[in-house]
Design a protein around this ligand. Structure first.
Ligand code: TXA
Ligand code: MG
Length: 349
């Protein structure tokens, strides 16, 4: 009973945004596209609606949501930017919004605790996608939207993928085609560093890469575990939802170096996710299926856009039991791609 509604932002945008906003205003959920991945939207100020988001995703209540704003001016409505960070936040907003950047800032009381999992901070972003922004504007309130997948699964980069994840659980999916970035937004927490200078903590790697952030603000070193906290603290996620196992296919996924020989286990069918498709690893003959992230050209941007769809395709291939993914170079977007691959390959509990 989930309706998939095709929307062409150029043609019929306004009317559909208003209809979707009306559905949200009634406390129901709408899945909608952003430039990164599809989100599962709810009226951020409606606690029951927000609770339904957690239920539909089977998401644990300790994992807070991102609030989507129609524009940067709405920031003051939901959070308090500390005086000493105002200039930095303004610069970041100016440079990177609308776009794939999420900021974590002290929240105001209008934001219900359920949306932030009781944290004193709230994650906010202004998406560059006309559909997400149009719906936010039509609703006149922030739209709380995590990625539209069941918890721990692969994030959806198309309406079809949302339907597979949440079909039957939500009334509406707005379909505006494939997402242009393909990986979730970069999450930054503006803060003062040990010298009292403005900096950001990088809580999640994403399409906004380190080099571009550094042109605006220093990236602080990740917080070191305090004495006695040991390994457990080191493995603990910076953003509460960033668990070691995440973005995961249902099949086991192994990360492999493109130059290292892979020795298949007898009787197991392997599928390879390669980068460009011409590595020694992809030339091996043991693969039941191979899909390349950026066939021929080896461009990180193309690999990022295709990553989740390719992971899904391998997961659905009945001839494949175990997925092997080739490592990519950790420069620029490669950092975000490797972050997702590592979490996809992490042992599940
Ligand atoms: O690109 C995106 O960010 C997509 C689209 C739909 O906007 N959304 C998305 O949401 O990826 P989600 O819920 O899958 O991931 C949000 C992450 C979670 O890991 C959560 O822990 C973190 O943001 N987060 C939310 N609020 C936070 C807070 N107050 N402090 C630290 N991390 C926070
Ligand atoms: Mg997610």
């Amino acid at each position: 009973e989930t309706q998939v509604i095709e929307v062409d932002p150029l043609e019929d945008g306004r009317k559909v945004y208003q209809q979707a906003a009306a559905v949200l205003a009634e406390g129901e959920l709408v899945a909608l596209p952003t430039e990164t991945v599809y989100g599962l939207g709810a009226d951020a100020y409606n606690c029951d609606a927000v609770a339904q988001v957690f239920a539909a995703k089977e998401r644990p209540s300790f994992d807070p949501l991102i609030l989507h704003l129609a524009n940067a001016r709405q920031l003051d409505e939901v959070c308090t930017v500390p005086e000493e960070l105002k200039e930095t936040v303004e610069k970041l907003a100016q440079e990177f919004w609308p776009g794939p950047m999420t900021l974590v800032l002290p929240k105001k009381d209008v934001v219900p605790d359920i949306a932030t999992s009781g944290l004193p901070t709230v994650a906010v972003r202004v998406s560059a996608h006309p559909v997400m922004r149009g719906v936010c504007k039509a609703l006149g309130r922030p739209v709380a939207a995590p990625s539209a997948n069941r918890f721990g699964h692969i994030s959806p980069t198309s309406a079809g993928a949302v339907l597979k994840e949440l079909g039957g659980r939500i009334p509406w999916i707005l379909d505006a085609g494939a997402c242009s970035e393909g990986l979730e937004s970069t999450i930054l927490r503006p803060m003062l560093d040990e010298k009292g200078k403005p900096a950001v903590e990088l809580l999640r790697e994403g399409p906004l890469v380190r080099d571009r952030i550094r042109k605006v603000v220093r990236i602080a070193k990740p917080r070191k575990p305090r004495a006695g906290e040991g390994e457990e603290a080191e493995a603990a996620p910076n953003a509460p939802g960033q668990l070691p196992s995440h973005y995961a296919p249902t099949k086991p996924l192994l990360l492999w170096d493109a130059k290292e020989e892979f020795t298949p286990e007898e009787g197991v069918a392997y599928g390879l996710i390669s980068y460009q498709g011409d590595s020694p690893l992809s030339m091996q003959e043991c693969w039941a299926n191979t899909i390349s992230l950026s066939p021929g050209s080896g461009r990180l941007a193309e690999a990022a856009v295709r990553l989740f769809a390719v992971m899904r395709q391998m997961d659905e291939d009945e001839d494949v039991q175990v997925i092997v993914a080739e490592k990519v170079a950790e420069t620029g977007l490669g950092c975000a791609i490797m972050d997702r691959l590592r979490r996809a390959s992490a042992a599940r509990g």
